[in-house]
Design a protein around this ligand. Sequence first.
Ligand code: FES
Ligand code: FES
Length: 158
Amino acid sequence: MKTLTIQVTVNGEAFCKTVGVNMTLLEFLREELHLTGTKLGCNEGECGACTVLVDGKPVNSCLMLAVEADGAEIFTVEGLAKDGTLHPLQEAFIEAGAVQCGFCTPGMLMSAKALLDKYPKPTAQQIRKELEGNICRCTGYDRIVKAIILASEMNKEG
Ligand code: FES
Ligand code: FES
């Protein structure tokens, strides 16, 4: 199989790896870097469980090839907590009871991170709109919206 060597930064760490040209970014993160926080749901761009930030933008990593991420800065759910301290979004998800089975949570958190980077004080309507690509089968979304508003009120995003 044809391979290419790519250089990426993931959660601040630089990697240089040779990958198959048909490997997805999701497979690269989970299988090559063992960052299994990012979830494989539908594998066809419908559920958002695989959402990561690529150069600050949320993408479905199941739809992006690893070779397309060459040179990019990637941020996954593993990069949210710092030195054992949860990110405000993670704290808020716990506090608001926005996690049930948890399968959607990594993708939700990364979409929510991108959302708060764009709208530091979002309305419930903005949150619902920006997160429409992330499916949750458990919570009914209200607690997720509440959690993101709570995180925005903590006013220490970053
Ligand atoms: S696994 Fe990528 S969108 Fe569902
Ligand atoms: S908490 Fe179960 S899918 Fe969202």
